[in-house]
Ligand binder design. Sequence first.
Ligand SMILES: Cc1cc2nc3c(=O)[nH]c(=O)nc-3n(C[C@H](O)[C@H](O)[C@H](O)COP(=O)(O)O)c2cc1C
Length: 160
Amino acid sequence: MRVCRIFLRTTPPRECVLRRQQPLQELTIVINGGIETLDEASGHLEHVDGVMLGRAAYQNPFILADVDSWIFGENSTPPSREEALSKLIPYAERHIQNGGRLSNITKHILGIYHGQPRGRAFRRLLSERVTDPSATVDVLRDAIALAEHGLGREDQSDAA
Ligand SMILES: Cc1cc2nc3c(=O)[nH]c(=O)nc-3n(C[C@H](O)[C@H](O)[C@H](O)COP(=O)(O)O)c2cc1C
């Protein structure tokens, strides 16, 4: 299978997305660049085989919670942030047991409470406490508790 990945600096107008020409039929075409929502991604999927999300997913990983139902049509309820993060805990524990650092994992989820109350406090607690090389998953548990229930003094913070 040949895969063609198209890099764009900004989202193209719909009418500019590749029209399938005969020689392109055999290519798998994946569009990439400036796509910020699943709604946009759905629109592109009417014209191409795949869509990549880079910065949007990194800045707000929770955007991916709806992918299974919205894009792949699965009849499943998206997990809450707390549920998604709880599933990460055993993975993080194994990573630390194998010599990794908690920060290797948490740096990818700093934005998961983006736009939520205490989202900034979550990010700050994680950012600060994972600098300790011996940080355990308790740091992640504390950050989840803070974001979900407002425990601790970081509760004063506003949304991320
Ligand atoms: C955190 C992050 C990691 C990335 N890692 C890679 C990579 O390993 N290889 C690659 O070809 N592109 C990588 N990219 C680039 C993206 O695939 C994409 O080309 C770029 O981010 C533009 O798309 P966007 O507007 O959706 O971010 C990365 C982007 C981000 C934000």
